[in-house]
Design a protein around this ligand. Structure first.
Ligand SMILES: [Zn+2]
Length: 196
């Protein structure tokens, strides 16, 4: 950020009084432009023993498979956002159910919230951001062609939990490891006791 979105003057990166983090602060009007994590909301759309996946038509990860999910918009709830993303990416109507996965992705400043949801009919198909949409059973999941680690982890947990007939809320952290290549560390938090 070089210019203030409030008044158009230049901004300086500094720690404001009483703060401890570098911020973009306007040199003219003094407004502090806070930058905070984004929430990504999405669905695991279920139809009998299958779930709906989308093949991405956009970067990043063009041509790889993912669950319908995207950035939450102002003025909507997380459930409304998850349903909207499912409609936009898969032209699919869902009844949004329980929150199933909540992952922190601090290396890219995102929080993922994925909801189990019930597909209302089979009238779906690729939206503008998808090449294909498919209902897949567990044996058909393209595990080596999943777009994002958070989706891979969520799907893996989902099928484990489904085998047990119980879907507790899964929460965890996914961090990208330093060094070459795309390597990630997953740390689950859902069984963690509160620490004092
Ligand atoms: Zn300003």
């Amino acid at each position: 950020m070089n210019y203030c979105s409030q008044c158009g003057e230049t901004v300086t990166v500094k720690v404001p009084a009483g703060d401890y983090v570098l911020r973009h602060v306007c040199d003219a009007c003094g407004i502090i432009h806070y930058q905070n994590p984004k929430i990504v909301v999405g669905c695991i759309p279920e139809w009998e023993d299958r779930i709906l996946l989308c093949k991405r038509a956009i970067e990043p990860r063009y041509g790889l498979w993912t669950l319908p999910a995207g950035f939450m918009e102002n003025g909507e709830t997380v459930q409304q956002g998850a349903a909207r993303e499912t409609l936009e990416e898969a032209n699919a109507r869902v009844q949004v159910g329980a929150l199933y996965a909540l992952f922190n992705l601090p290396h890219i400043n995102q929080v993922y919230m994925l909801f189990r949801s019930r597909l209302l009919d089979l009238d779906f198909g690729p939206g503008a951001e998808s090449l294909e949409t498919e209902l897949l059973d567990q044996s058909q999941i393209p595990w080596d062609k999943i777009a994002f680690p958070v989706i891979h982890e969520s799907l893996s947990l989902y099928f484990q939990d489904r085998a047990n007939g119980d879907f507790p809320l899964r929460t965890g952290d996914i961090q990208r490891l330093a060094g070459p290549g795309r390597r990630y560390e997953v740390c689950m938090r859902d069984t963690a006791e509160p620490t004092s």
